[in-house]
Every structure is written in structure tokens, then in C-alpha cells.
Design a protein around this ligand. Structure first.
Ligand SMILES: *[C@@H]1O[C@H](CO)[C@@H](O)[C@H](O)[C@H]1NC(C)=O
Length: 311
């Protein structure tokens, strides 16, 4: 069966964030700068961890994987939004819309589980330092990665199964700059009450659940750090920045999926945080405050320059 059989709508129209020319200009500059910066920052991390053997440890492998995911997070919605800003009619095909929803949820799901894996890694490093290398073995790292991808895929596919066959016959205007379930479902011409509940249960559950797991693990780590006072201020500042990332990333998600009125204006502005700010902030917070990483980046950059000169 293809989409044409049960729906007369083959494309959707975004209203975007604003019609005012000045605001569009500001958005264009703001989103382009953040998009380019997060692509550069995250690529640099992936390359540095891959090339520098000093960084071949569980923490940096997880970090590189987070950066890899962040490349995806910023690329699912941002380039299209930037391209759309000055277009009069911001249209997306039915398939494009479904693809966006699919990737947003795979990547979002993987990122959430990966953040938990990173908190677990810090927990082991700080609370069980003597067993760190045996617990966080290469096998364990692969397992954590596999689990995060499997959870992300299942989370996304389960929701799509419910919405892919929805009939669309009426309005096709999405008051947003990307396709996502809460607004998408509202356009279907059947009673979507049960579907809305399903989305809240699934996406709301995964974001709220991961958020609480993370907050509780970081509390636990913080308490342990405070008990052993040696070197605690550095660990405290690292941990508090991690907690900040968690709140910035999950706050908008939780609001978008658990707030009962997805047609309010607030959620589409909050979505900017997850589309542009978190992928940009992750490298800043997890990496550029980390001395080992900075040294490695300098090494990789200078090697790169030497290669270029030779060839
Ligand atoms: C992700 O982690 C795995 C296992 O630790 C590692 O082998 C791989 O290189 C990492 N991926 C990226 C993109 O850094």
C-alpha cells in the first residue's frame, strides 16, 4: 500500500517560526552559525578520538559516539529549516515528513541512552575506580552502544507503525519548522485521542524516564565525590556541567511530549534548543573544558598540517 491509497495529502506546509523579516534574518544567522559550529566541533571530536591513541579509553569512545549522534541531531531538522527560512511556501513531502519523524526519534532515543551510558561510565570511574577497566571493558562499550541503537530504533519504529497509515484529508499546515508527532497527528482526519496518548506514553516515558535515571545517577556520583574530598572541585565542576547538558536537552523534550496542548507556541521555540543548542553545547561542555582533549586536538591539528605540507 502506498500513501496515495488512503490520503489525499501528499505534502505538508510549515508555517515556520516567524513572518517578520527581521526575525527571519536573525534566525537565519543564528541557526547557520550554530549549525556550522556544531558540525565542526563534533567532527573534530570524532576525528581526534579516532586518530589519537592517548584517547582510546571508554570515556572518549562514548564521547566520540555522542558527537557522532550530535552530527545527526543537528542534520535532521536544521539544514532544512535554514533552507526554508526565506522560502514563501515551506513544503515537505509526505515521505519527507515521515522520514524526519523516524530519524528524530531514532537519534533522540540513541542520544538519551548514550547520555545514561556516559553517566554510568563516570559513576564507575568515580565510585569504583579500581574496577574501572574491568567493568568498562571494550565488550561493555560495544554492548552499551548496541543497546542504545536498539532502543532508539524500537522506540521510533513502534511509534511510526501507528501513524504511517493515518488518513490525511483535511488541513496540511504544520505550525512548526519540522515534522514531529504531536502536531502531525492532529492533522489526521480521525479521532487521534488514543494516538496522542500513545505518543505521550512512548516519547514522554522515554524522555522522563531517562531524565530521572540521569538526575539520580548524578546525585549519587555527587554525593560520593563530596565524601572523598580530594580533587573534588574539578570533579564537581565537570559533573555540574554534565547536569546542565541533561537539563537543557531533556527540558524541551519533556515539555513537547508530555504537555497536553501541542498547539501552543512555546514548544516550537523550545525545539530550537534541541535542534541547534544541544548539539553545539555538547562538544563545548564535554570536551573543550577537558585538558586532555584539548592537548590531543592540538596534536591532531598539527599532524594534519604537517601531512598537508608534505603532500
Ligand atoms: C563508538 O564506540 C566504539 C566502541 O567503544 C568505538 O569502537 C567507535 O570507534 C566509536 N565510534 C565513533 C564514531 O567514535
Amino acid at each position: 500500500m502506498d500513501g496515495a491509497n488512503h490520503s489525499v495529502i501528499s505534502e505538508f506546509v510549515f508555517l515556520g517560526l516567524s513572518n517578520s523579516w527581521e526575525i527571519q534574518l536573525v534566525l537565519f544567522v543564528f541557526s547557520s552559525v550554530f549549525y556550522v559550529a556544531s558540525m565542526l566541533g563534533n567532527s573534530l571530536i570524532v576525528l581526534t578520538v579516532a586518530w589519537d591513541s592517548h584517547l582510546h579509553s571508554p570515556m572518549y569512545f562514548l564521547l566520540a559516539n555522542l558527537s557522532f549522534i550530535d552530527l545527526g541531531v543537528s542534520s535532521v531538522t536544521s539544514p532544512r529549516m535554514i533552507y526554508d527560512i526565506f522560502r514563501k511556501r515551506k513544503v515537505i513531502s509526505f515521505e519527507g515528513c515521515i522520514a524526519q519523524i523516524f530519524f528524530i526519534h531514532v537519534i533522540g532515543g540513541v542520544e538519551m541512552v548514550l547520555l545514561i551510558a556516559m553517566a554510568f561510565d563516570r559513576y564507575v570511574a568515580i565510585c569504583k575506580p579500581l574496577h574501572y577497566l574491568t567493568i568498562m571493558s571494550p565488550k561493555m562499550c560495544i554492548l552499551l552502544l548496541a543497546v542504545s541503537w536498539i532502543i532508539g530504533l524500537i522506540h521510533s519504529v513502534v511509534q511510526l507503525v501507528f501513524v504511517i497509515k493515518l488518513p490525511f484529508c483535511g488541513p496540511n499546515v504544520l505550525d512548526s519548522f519540522y515534522c514531529d508527532l504531536p502536531r502531525f497527528i492532529k492533522l489526521a482526519c480521525i479521532d487521534t485521542y488514543k494516538l496522542e496518548f500513545m505518543v505521550t506514553a512512548n516519547s514522554g516515558f522515554i524522555s522522563l524516564g531517562s531524565f530521572f535515571i540521569l538526575i539520580i545517577s548524578y546525585m549519587f556520583i555527587l554525593i560520593t565525590v563530596r565524601k572523598h574530598s580530594s580533587g573534588s572541585s574539578k570533579a564537581l565542576s565537570t559533573l555540574s556541567t554534565h547536569i546542565m547538558v541533561v537539563i537543557l536537552f531533556f527540558g524541551p523534550c519533556i515539555f513537547v511530549y508530555t504537555w497536553p496542548h501541542p498547539t501552543s507556541q512555546l514548544d516550537k521555540f523550545l525545539a530550537i534548543f534541541d535542534a541547534f543548542l544541544t548539539p553545539f553545547l555538547n562538544p563545548v561542555i564535554y570536551t573543550f573544558r577537558n585538558k586532555e582533549m584539548k592537548v590531543a586536538m592540538r596534536r591532531v591539528c598539527s599532524q594534519f598540517i604537517v601531512y598537508r605540507k608534505i603532500s
